[in-house]
Design a protein around this ligand. Structure first.
Ligand code: SF4
Length: 204
């Protein structure tokens, strides 16, 4: 898989896990091949499954609202998922399915080379963990933290579906994206260890 188009072609025909039984359309990642920011979600929902595009349902609308409030342009962000086929009845994907599908995320990261990856929710953290061979705590333990992986920073975030279920968390959701946006501005003009210190301090 030498290009994002190649990855998408392979995903569209993939039958490597049982999730291909429940999909109408596999959903590829979308966005520029040189995006500085990559967002990883969980799995396609019913709207995504119908349209074959990521984050076009209610979660996507919430994400769009928050991004546009912060002047983060969706067209400049690469958006993908931990699994590319909709699980039956909208259940969360199994760890084995996330592991099987994580090869696509690995290749997307290798090709896009983002500066910052935002995994939204536990499935996305699990998938990123398979890619970089690291075990993450649950999202509620590390949400909003800035982790330097060396090749890119990681800033775990709630999944927008969790915000729809619990709107009290919305201000945190916005705050963590605000932090991510500011971090992108600081990249290249501040040493990495200073970035980690600044964005993990309670003053931010
Ligand atoms: S979820 Fe991923 S690994 Fe499973 S069938 Fe779909 S594309 Fe293949």
């Amino acid at each position: 898989m030498d290009s994002l188009t190649d990855i998408c072609r392979v995903i569209s025909q993939c039958r490597n896990c049982d999730l291909h039984f429940s999909r109408k359309r596999a959903v590829c990642g979308i966005g520029p091949g040189n995006a500085r920011l990559m967002i990883v979600g969980e799995a396609p929902g019913s709207s995504e499954d119908e349209k074959g595009l990521p984050f076009v349902g209610r979660s996507g609308k919430l994400l769009d609202q928050v991004l546009s409030n912060l002047n983060l342009r969706r067209e400049e962000i690469y958006i993908t998922n931990s699994v590319r086929c909709r699980p039956m009845l909208g259940k969360p994907p199994k760890l084995s399915e996330i592991r099987t599908c994580s090869g696509y995320l690995r290749r997307e990261i290798e090709l896009v080379k983002p500066s910052l990856v935002i995994p939204m929710g536990n499935s996305a953290l699990g998938s990123l963990g398979f890619v970089i061979n690291r075990k993450f705590d649950r999202v509620t333990e590390i949400v909003g933290k800035v982790i330097d992986h060396g090749e890119f920073f990681i800033c775990p975030q709630f999944h927008p579906a969790a915000i729809l279920r619990n709107p009290k968390r919305r201000e945190y959701f916005e705050e963590y994206f605000r932090k991510a946006s500011a971090l992108l501005e600081d990249l290249g003009r501040m040493p990495r260890e200073e970035i980690v210190r600044k964005y993990n301090s309670s003053r931010f």
